[in-house]
Design a protein around this ligand. Structure first.
Ligand SMILES: [Zn+2]
Length: 664
């Protein structure tokens, strides 16, 4: 087999596995085997860029960065649907239909997925572009991001039309949404409010590699095009399945409005058994000729109707408002409710967000409140039932001192939350910071868990994370449930953390707003904690993607004597507080300010090594040639169009050797 065939065979095989796993939910190989094959394909494609294909399975991992999403006009307008809320509404609709068309009318019933509407265009079986609904006439092109969604086929199967549009909803399944929020809560970030907003927000992220990390899915409901040779809506759904799209099997063909109502009633009751959220049912006249006869009003098709479920709501008693203190000192009020059944689960607590929210709704302990799950996973209080308010209830006075340490709370102007400023003496803050320090994404200290940290603090053995490095086996053994072996593990885990690289240590310090990505950026720019500690706000905001909020937080953190003392202690223990000499030796500023495009096959080093060299030396790797390109590093077999473009724009084309000479 020649290389081209080998690449094509691997692509086909991976596509089939992808389809089995994501669309059919029926994997036939292990994740490991899949990864091996994907890596094999990646290596082949890298060695043979002349066989590049934008729709190869390797392109799903993302990486393309879009700064501005191009506005694109839809080939076929995306109408919105009329809404109905009752049986009467649906019967009225049927009457209107029967006046306009002859013969029997069948209906397709489909679930109304709660996500972001999207139009995909396919040409010759390949995904050409993905465009958001926008205003229905035009939307934003988000192809690079949509490509990362595994249920979007990049290459179709079977007997598909030459060109057509297919529409559906990008959704975030509940399980994936909860997992994303768990991570955010662990990082003390505000959790996402609901799957729908998170799904539609994902589509507008600039970095497609970020989108690839989110477990989004694409569910289909409609095909548009000329000469499709499809007679009914239901047939269209079947065809879409054959071509490799994910069309939920809940779709049903029925013969009467009564049967439609049965479907609506069934799913109103059972919707919480689905892996994703729905907010109603969509009913369509099945026959496409009848659809043509019915046509459109100015806003919506006459042949379709959305039936919206009522948001689920219950009323219950608010027993008590309590307050939680987070690692950063942020206070979160929590409503403790009389347990009540809602949307298939028992609800005992609801978030109250902040003081403004409590004041706005005038929520008082003892009130009867309405709780809703709506599109949101964490239930919220939407209103107080004032008709049931006992006369003696007093307005809620938001706490003014910390429930854990009694310190007076602060509220930074413009921020919704109150903070406990007792940074060094407030137990949940002290414990929370150390728990963050040892966590998996930070110092990843094996043999030490969150409970043990709390115990160590309570016993007075540690007060901040630098104290961990002073601990001895003898000190730890007397702790509850601690044996000699586990004590030894703990100490050796702490010892091993001294090898964790600087960027992760920086994240572990727990500076507010300095998450993993920001920590990486700061570590790369400043190279050592000393340089960072002495940076001014002005200096910090000049770093790419560092804003004022982060800059202020960094300066405030290192402005504290106590924090400086802790950092100095970490230094004496040998924790990595600068980029290692080895890594540093390879980093220069020789290419600072240069934008470089790499293309073709190289002899001495691989394309990826070349790119890394550019970045390590302060340059920027760009994927396409523009007037801003400084150099085009040209290897063997570079595409002729790239060369022509570079020549037209007068961009220096240099060889691999010439590039390496620049770095010498
Ligand atoms: Zn406190």
């Amino acid at each position: 087999m020649n290389t081209k065939d080998q690449i094509e065979a691997l692509r086909d095989e991976l596509r089939q596995h992808n389809y089995n796993y994501y669309v059919l939910d029926n994997a036939t190989i292990s994740d490991y085997e899949f990864d091996i094959k994907l890596k094999e394909l990646q290596a082949l494609e890298e060695a043979h860029p002349e066989f590049f294909d934008a729709n190869s399975p390797t392109q799903r991992v993302g990486g393309a960065v879009t700064k501005n999403f191009a506005t694109t006009v839809h080939d076929f307008r995306m109408y919105s649907l009329d809404n109905s809320y009752s049986k009467e509404d649906l019967l009225d609709w049927e009457t209107r239909i029967k006046k306009m068309v002859d013969g029997d009318v069948q209906y397709t019933c489909e679930l109304k997925y709660d996500g972001a509407s999207m139009n995909l265009t396919y040409e010759n079986g390949k995904l050409l572009r993905a465009v958001t609904r926008g205003d229905g006439v035009q939307g934003d092109e988000v192809t690079a991001n949509v490509k990362t969604i595994n249920t979007v086929p990049l290459q179709l199967k079977g007997d598909y039309p030459d060109r057509f549009d297919i529409r559906g909803e990008i959704i975030l399944p509940i399980e994936g949404f909860l997992k994303m929020n768990e991570e955010r809560i662990a990082n003390e970030e505000e959790p996402y409010r609901n799957p729908r907003n998170t799904a539609s927000g994902s589509l507008k992220l600039q970095d497609s590699a970020e989108v690839a990390k989110r477990p989004l899915e694409f569910l289909l409901y409609s095909i548009k095009g000329n000469d499709l040779n499809i007679q009914t809506q239901y047939e269209g759904l079947d065809k879409a399945r054959e071509w490799g799209f994910k069309v939920p099997n809940e779709a049903k063909l029925v013969n009467s409005i009564d049967a439609v109502l049965d479907y609506v009633e069934y799913w109103d009751k059972h919707r919480h058994e689905l892996p994703y959220e729905i907010d109603g049912v969509v009913v369509k006249v099945n026959n496409l000729h009848q659809q043509d006869e019915l046509g459109f009003t100015a806003k919506a098709p006459r042949w379709a109707m959305a039936y919206k479920f009522k948001a689920e709501q219950v009323s219950t008693r608010l027993n008590e408002i309590t307050y939680q203190v987070g690692r950063t000192g942020a206070i979160t009020p929590v409503a403790n409710l009389e347990p009540v059944q809602l949307a298939g689960t028992i609800v005992k607590r609801a978030s109250l967000h902040n003081a403004d929210q409590i004041e706005k709704l005038d929520i008082r302990e003892g009130d009867e409140v309405f709780v809703e799950k709506g599109g949101e996973i964490i239930p919220k209080i939407i209103a107080v039932d004032l008709s049931k308010r006992p006369v003696d209830l007093r307005p809620t006075k938001y706490i003014t001192t910390c429930p854990e340490c009694d310190t007076e709370l602060h509220r930074i102007e413009g921020e919704a939350k109150h903070y406990c400023p007792n940074y060094n003496g407030c137990p949940p803050q002290v414990i929370g910071r150390i728990q963050h320090y040892i966590s998996r994404k930070a110092m990843d200290i094996e043999g030490l868990g969150g409970e043990t940290v709390a115990l160590l603090v309570k016993e007075g053995l540690i007060n901040d994370y630098s104290d961990l490095y002073d601990l001895t086996v003898d000190q730890v053994i007397p702790l509850e449930r601690m044996a000699e072996k586990s004590a030894e593990n703990l100490i050796s885990g702490v010892e091993a953390s001294k090898k964790i690289p600087f960027e992760r240590v920086l994240f572990a310090l727990g500076i507010r707003y300095v998450g993993e990505t920001v920590a990486k950026k700061l570590a790369k720019h400043y190279k050592s904690i000393d340089a960072l500690m002495n940076a001014s706000i002005e200096d910090l905001v000049s770093v790419d993607e560092i804003g004022e909020r982060i800059a202020e937080s960094v300066v405030e953190f290192f402005g504290s004597e106590e924090n400086r003392r802790i950092v100095e202690r970490l230094k004496t223990f040998g924790v990595q507080l600068e980029i290692s000499a080895e890594k540093l030796a390879n980093q220069t500023e020789k290419l600072k300010g240069l934008s470089i495009v790499v293309s073709g096959v190289f002899e001495k080093i691989s394309r990826n090594e070349l790119k890394k060299l550019i970045e390590d030396n302060g340059g920027k790797v760009s994927s396409s040639i523009s007037s801003k390109t400084s150099y085009l590093v040209a290897g063997d077999k570079m595409g002729p169009s790239k060369r022509t473009k570079a020549e037209n724009l007068n961009i220096s084309i240099i060889t691999e050797q010439a590039f390496l000479d620049i770095l010498k």
